[in-house]
Design a protein around this ligand. Structure first.
Ligand code: PPE
Length: 309
């Protein structure tokens, strides 16, 4: 397998050479921030979905953790485009990551330099090939999302995913595709790697930022799409049992896109398949990222030239 080059501190480096030292701070203390972005092969050419918003969230995560990335928003955007163009991939997942590297060990990260990398790879449906059409079976996780003022939930930091990993392992070992986390006070937060929407009586409801969620960019896109479709969207604290009696439920995320949920804790949701409103929202999302119809200016075109075989 031929892996694309990885952008490391401003240079494209062969995959094999993009390595870190075992004493890198991030390995010991989880001191990294990252993004997950998708580049689609749309009908109008390769395009990155919401590059600006993802790159801004990376800078926001870095700010929260007092990391100076040393690159502007525009430079980081261009670096992602360059990494894709160099890879020759028409569609890919983009993973920018900044981490505290070599320096001293000990909890204080301020003495360690910040390394920035961008990797790209092909990534299919996040929750399995059938998930987008048929929906997934999920459980409420026994691990909570971090409480306010413990870890900053608005930062997409490497360390947060220790919690997400516990949720995901439990779910998979119990035969589910994913786990839904509650907050420290028992209110619905989000999936291990997705935000959550509920449909009740024709209205969409999603958890507020105060439920310790990551401010999802797909969540934001879905709210805009819902308004375009004339649907009402509310942010509301969602009690666990609202999940069980929802008409429809779906996850949103860059990786998960719009994935229907067909059961929670063995309770069938609605008819146990992709519901009508979920279908409408998913179709509208795919119209942007697959067909390249882009009324809100979410796509950044990437000049990928595919080598002739
Ligand atoms: N919550 C969490 C905890 C989360 O990790 C993601 C993205 C979201 C919500 C949705 O955010 P957004 O992508 O901006 O709509 N999870 C990413 C990575 C998952 C993984 O590495 O696995 C993703 O979807 O790219």
């Amino acid at each position: 397998m031929n892996h694309p080059d990885i952008w490391v501190n401003g240079e494209l480096v062969a995959y094999e050479n993009a390595t870190v030292h075992v004493l890198s701070h991030a390995l010991h203390y989880g001191t990294s921030v990252f993004e997950g972005v998708r580049c689609y092969k749309t009908a109008k050419g390769s395009s990155i979905m919401r590059l600006r918003e993802h790159t801004q969230r990376l800078l926001d995560s870095a700010k929260i953790y007092r990391m100076d990335l040393g690159y502007s928003l525009e430079e980081l955007e261009q670096a992602q485009i360059d990494t894709i163009v160099n890879s020759g991939l028409e569609a890919c997942y983009i993973r920018p990551l900044a981490f505290r590297g070599m320096g001293s060990l000990g909890v204080n990260p301020l003495k360690n330099k910040v390394d920035v990398i961008i990797a790209v790879w092909e990534w299919g449906a996040y929750l399995g090939p059938e998930a987008l059409a048929e929906g997934v079976d999920v459980q409420v996780a026994s691990w909570n999302r971090m409480a306010p003022n413990t870890f900053p939930a608005m930062a997409k930091a490497g360390g947060n995913y220790l919690n997400a990993g516990l949720v995901k392992m439990d779910a998979v070992l119990n035969g589910f595709s994913e786990g839904i986390m509650l907050t420290h006070d028992g209110i619905v937060a989000e999936g291990s790697g997705e935000n959550l929407f509920l449909v009740k009586n024709g209205e969409l409801i999603t958890a507020p930022l105060s439920a310790s969620i990551l401010p999802g960019i797909t969540r934001d896109a879905v709210r805009t799409i819902a308004r375009d479709l004339g649907l009402s969207v509310r942010e509301e604290r969602i009690p666990r049992e609202m999940l069980y009696i929802a008409d429809e439920l779906f996850f949103t995320g860059t990786a998960a896109e719009v994935t229907p949920i067909r059961s929670v804790d063995h309770h069938k949701i609605g008819e146990g398949n992709r519901g009508p409103i979920t279908t409408q929202i998913q179709d509208a999302y795919f119209d942007v990222v697959h067909n390249g119809n882009d009324p809100h200016g979410w796509l950044t075109s990437v000049p990928v030239s595919v080598p002739v075989a």
